[in-house]
Design a protein around this ligand. Structure first.
Ligand code: SAJ
Length: 412
């Protein structure tokens, strides 16, 4: 197989995709603006943690089929997997997608396929086409009479993998493919069929973009429902976890779990792309975002209320990552909570996070400690992340403590 693929963006999606494709026999040229990451990858090492990714990258590089660089190269297929964050006003920031489109433009030839995998607001794939064609007047996405422009194909195929299970889900998940036209869709389907075991579902680019935003908004709205219930239950003196497990025994009820807020770079971000595009209409989606963003501040207030009873309170926060059993701290509500506790000088703050070896610089004022130290020194224990290692904590050691349990650790 001689197909050459250029993967732009070697982060949590691009690097697993690039290394998987290399192990499937494609020749991969990975591109990232981060020179350090590029150098590490070329040595067969990784700059991010995802289970088994290190082994796959090593195998891919050793096979000679994965090489990384800071600029694109001529290829048959270009996959864009760069971040799509939002700006301060929650409006989408497409600067990385635009930069990637402009960067690959000089290397595209007639017959090539460009695939946008980054989660994107509706209309972004059309923008990618425009950004490329601005640079390349000799190319087109439609067959134009009386010109000899080269035809290229462009599609959106949103990534849908769950951090912590990326390598499995890349292969097993169903994929949605929406081309800028039917020929683009078909060509993209033929490509994904070569390594995806899940079903491949065809649509147009705009529906594919909206499908991904809808999936993450669905989850956000449902987590907001659980978070709102947890606040109502506090007021009514009801254990929300018992309540949810009882309600979920109904055959058509499936409530998610409350927590300290919604973290990560997907679920707390993507609904804003729908809200931005349909401000008047997206009432429920908008409210869900506000409910979930309210939760970390609500937990801080709960901690302060308990801490006020002590002269010199020692508070242990268990878990910093945005969800269980990963090291990813991005947009983590636990970070938000610890930051506020430091800023408000609520007491001595101890943090337990077994997946990191030092605290990020912006948490200066808190101390990273072991579970044992936290349990022996703290007056108040705040359970923030449901890491498996915390599940083995001897409950007897918690008896004398004030516990603020945001994840339902303590059995009712
Ligand atoms: N959370 C709760 N309660 C729950 C479930 C989750 O509070 O019942 C919180 C988590 O603690 C975390 C946040 O929500 O802070 C997000 O975690 P998650 O596991 O729901 O999702 P992500 O962000 O790791 O990955 C999501 C996935 N999307 C869906 O499940 C619809 C994944 O498939 C997407 O590929 C990914 O977003 C993405 O990249 O968009």
């Amino acid at each position: 197989m001689n197909t050459k693929i250029c993967v732009v963006g070697l982060g949590y999606i691009g690097l697993p995709t690039a290394s998987l494709l290399a192990t499937k026999g494609f020749n991969i040229h990975g591109v990232d603006v981060n020179k350090k990451a590029v150098d590490l990858i070329n040595q067969g090492k990784v700059h991010i943690y995802e289970p088994d990714l290190d082994m796959m990258v090593k195998a891919a590089v050793q096979s000679g089929r994965l090489k990384a660089g800071t600029t694109p190269e001529e290829s048959d297929i270009f996959i864009i997997a760069v971040p799509t964050p939002f700006q301060d006003d929650h409006r989408p920031d497409l600067s990385y997608v635009k930069a990637a489109s402009k960067a690959i433009a000089p290397y595209i030839k007639a017959g090539d396929l460009v695939i946008l995998e980054s989660t994107s607001p509706v209309g972004t794939t059309e923008k990618v086409v425009n950004w490329i064609l601005e640079e390349r007047k000799d190319l087109s996405v439609t067959e134009e009479a009386n010109t000899n422009k080269g035809l290229i194909f462009v599609s959106h195929c949103p990534e849908r993998v769950l951090p912590g299970h990326i390598l499995r889900e890349l292969v097993d998940n169903d994929r949605i493919i929406g081309g800028i036209n039917t020929r683009s869709t078909r060509k993209t389907v033929e490509f994904y069929k070569q390594f995806v075991k899940g079903e491949i579902l065809e649509t147009n680019a705009r529906t594919a973009e909206m499908a991904k935003l809808t999936e993450n908004s669905f989850r956000d709205v449902n987590i907001a429902f659980a978070n709102e219930l947890s606040i109502i239950c506090d007021k009514l003196d009801i254990n929300v976890w018992e309540l949810i497990s009882l309600a979920n025994r109904h055959p058509r009820v499936n409530i998610l779990q409350p927590g300290p807020g919604v973290g990560g770079h997907c679920i707390a971000v993507d609904p804003w792309f729908i809200i931005d595009a349909a401000q008047e209409e997206a009432k429920l989606i908008h409210t869900a975002r506000l409910v979930n963003d309210y939760k970390p501040g609500y937990i801080v207030e709960k901690i302060i209320e308990k801490a006020d009873k002590f002269k010199e309170p020692v508070i242990a926060c268990l878990g910093l990552s945005f969800k269980a059993n990963i090291d990813d701290l991005r947009e983590s509500p636990s970070i938000d909570i610890v930051k506020h506790l430091i800023e408000k000088q609520v007491g001595t703050i101890k943090v337990v996070e077994p997946h990191i070896s030092e605290l990020p610089r912006y948490l200066v004022g808190a101390e990273l400690v072991t579970i044992e130290e936290a349990l022996s020194k703290a007056d108040i224990i705040v359970m923030l992340v449901d890491h498996d290692v915390f599940k083995t904590i001897d409950k007897n050691k918690l008896k004398e403590k004030i516990i603020i349990d945001t994840r339902g650790f303590i059995e009712y």
